[in-house]
Ligand binder design. Sequence first.
Ligand code: SF4
Length: 413
Amino acid sequence: MSPAHTEGGLRQTRPGSASADNPSELAPLSSTLADNPPESTELGFYVHVPFCAKRCGYCSFNTAPLEDGTMARYLEALHREIDLLGGIAWSSRVRLSTIFFGGGTPSLLAAEELGAVLARIRARFDVAADAEVTVECNPESVTRDKLAGYRAAGVNRLSLGVQSLDDSILPRLGRLHDARGARVAFEAARAAGCDNLSVDLMYGLPGLDPDGWTRAVEAVLDWEPDHLSAYGLTLDAGSLWGAAGVEGLPTEDTQIDQYWRLARAAAARGLEHYEISNYARPGRRSRHNQIYWRAAEYLAAGPGACGFVGRLRYANVKATPRYCETLAGGELPIASSEHLSKGQRLAERLILGLRTADGIPAALLETRLGGDARLRDLVERWRARALLVDVDDRVRLSEAGFLLSDALFVELL
Ligand code: SF4
């Protein structure tokens, strides 16, 4: 779900979520969560629900087919994992400020199933009274009643995976809804009382011309969502399209044009472009995703989910059957972990922070530049071109800088 082109920092980043190839990039397990208490007393909590009714062509997330009995086995394992995480000595000293159900397709969960998971988390952790609780939903798997049940269980934010409003493109993507179904799902969410509602769109799609993109953006903005995420397509290795290729991709210039059309349309409707691929009404930024972009700490549960606590980044086993077996044996299903060095943490703070409109403290960038004359020269050239902008004691990328950010991020690593 990110652009095929190298120049955009427009890739989808959802660090807690389970990409098909994330865990294998990590070093072998060398430490455990119990030995690595968090530095903060506030954590996010990502829950990966792997099941999808059908695999989309562009998708590289860790998904699993929904077969007889698989959801029940997964939920049993997830409850055990929550118990084990909650049993870690330091867990009683932290508060969860956000909970995010991502996937996969979390909206395949019945309201009672989702409510039971949330109740288990609340039984094992101190969850802030104002915690943001988000569920990713696909239009074909929600009804007003189900979403009202989610809300009654404590869900206060929904993220609706619309991706496109073109009925000739949606089936090519492998999506199971049409444009009308997306609209119906949005209205069902509002009718169920959701006042913090996000819509996901994708650009750079095969067969998507600039005017078609503008029509989709304007149509979604007419719905008045509280938040909009829009990612450019990339063909990641773990996707069906990445393996087999796909016809009809727009040119790089067309993708860039689509980025600017969105940025202008969102600004005209009063949405803040607060992260490279994310827009929000005032007060409606995603609190959970901001934990990622601030390189802050979060627990993760579910097959292939990745967490970051203390200096430890860890990843669960990806395969859902093995995930369930490991937990049935009473073990946390951590497949790999690594301790981030001071330099790695600095680079992460810079790169993730520069994805946002808030940017980073200028002093942090100065620490990275140190005596590196070549990098300092590059940064000064970015400043001269207004790609990097100084605001008080912070540095941020401009919207044009967002587009070119990968080039800078490579240098900052
Ligand atoms: S519904 Fe989402 S997670 Fe599932 S295959 Fe499609 S893009 Fe991937």
